[in-house]
Ligand binder design. Structure first.
Ligand SMILES: Nc1nc2c(ncn2[C@@H]2O[C@H](COP(=O)(O)OP(=O)(O)OP(=O)(O)O)[C@@H](O)[C@H]2O)c(=O)[nH]1
Ligand SMILES: [Mg+2]
Length: 316
């Protein structure tokens, strides 16, 4: 299953963001610390590179992520920054004011010419949906200036907030991109509630999530649901959750839909514990493996090449 979600308001938001980029000093790209690779939007990267704007990457919701995985991501991002990419990274939780307080100083390091009242630092907060952009804006402004909510696409239009003489912020609508290349990226994004609910089927996303959790975090599953997930694939895990929770339809059939939603909600809210869906190593392995579509295209290309070889002069 390939998940995609690029509704009309995102196309307009992309256009508006491209215009506003000309008027800001840097992009604060908020990503989800539980999936920093999958939640990094290549379209945002292309927009800010086009305008040659530096980027402060915020791995937000670090309170929900596996601290070891976050440390590995930070090492990888620091290495990338050392290659002169004008990108800095920080892992934090917008729910912790002391974490957010570090941000303006880090941003100033990327735009040192904007450190006086005549030239306020202008930050454009961008990122995928539901990752905490507006929460970050409110925390930086220290008052409620933007709507927040635990669903994708709460912010539908861009908003400028003049926090002080020194700081101007732009809140922007969450952006995905028109074609998510790797199916696992779409599944990780949907599992983490960054995708509109009509763009995927809960059960399919929960099958993927369940399988990944059974492989990487069996003890968290055991602690939450009180059964041993060893050797279970996604569907078996969903069935076991349904049985354990008594989610049963008429005729004793497991209510897989309800169990799937319970698993998704338990992951999203942190009730299962601190979980990361990818590490730099797992991402590198995923990117190295051909996607099903690339494999299909390769087969299509191979056929005429073989034909051409067969019909060529055998002496050549
Ligand atoms: N646990 C945790 N939850 C967070 C954090 N930051 C934000 N949230 C929650 O994430 C949800 C989405 O927050 P928003 O600030 O509305 O996200 P957004 O990126 O502006 O979303 P859109 O406007 O829909 O693109 C809300 O329920 C927030 O309370 C964090 O650091 N940790
Ligand atoms: Mg928002």
């Amino acid at each position: 299953m390939s998940i995609g979600w690029f509704p009309g308001h995102m196309a307009s938001a992309r256009k508006k963001a491209a215009e506003t980029l000309a008027k800001v000093d840097l992009v604060v790209e908020v990503v989800d610390a539980r999936l920093p690779g999958a939640s990094s939007n290549p379209m945002i990267d292309a927009l800010r590179r086009h305008r040659q704007r530096p980027c402060l990457k915020v791995l937000n919701k670090a309170d929900l992520a596996d601290p070891q995985a976050t440390a590995a991501w930070m090492r990888a991002l620091v290495d990338a920054a050392a290659k002169g990419d004008r990108v800095k990274a920080v892992a934090l939780s917008c729910r912790k004011p002391s974490d957010v307080a570090k941000l303006p100083r880090l941003a100033l390091e990327l735009a040192p010419h904007r450190d006086n009242a005549l030239k306020p630092l202008r930050l454009m907060v961008m990122g995928i949906p539901n990752v905490g952009k507006s929460t970050l804006i409110n925390a930086l402004a220290r008052r409620r200036v933007a709507n927040v909510g635990d669903e994708p696409a709460v912010t539908k239009s861009q908003q400028r907030i003049d926090v002080s003489d020194q700081l101007v912020l732009f809140d922007t609508p969450g952006l995905l991109w028109p074609r998510i290349e790797h199916p696992d990226d779409g599944l990780m994004l949907a599992a983490s509630h960054a995708v509109g609910v009509n763009a995927y089927i809960d059960e399919e996303v929960a099958n993927f999530l369940g399988e990944r959790l059974a492989a990487r975090y069996p003890s968290l599953l055991r602690a939450r649901y009180r059964f041993d997930p060893a050797g279970m694939d996604g569907p078996a895990l969903i069935d076991a959750i349904a049985a354990r929770r008594g989610f049963v339809l008429k005729g004793g059939v497991p209510d897989r839909e309800k169990a799937a939603l319970a698993l998704l909600n338990d992951y999203r809210s942190g009730a299962l514990g601190r979980i990361s869906l990818e590490t730099p190593a797992s991402r590198a392995a995923m990117l190295a493996a051909p996607t099903a579509q690339a494999a299909a295209e390769e087969v299509e290309v191979d056929v005429p090449e073989t034909d051409a070889r067969n019909s060529a002069d055998p002496d050549c």
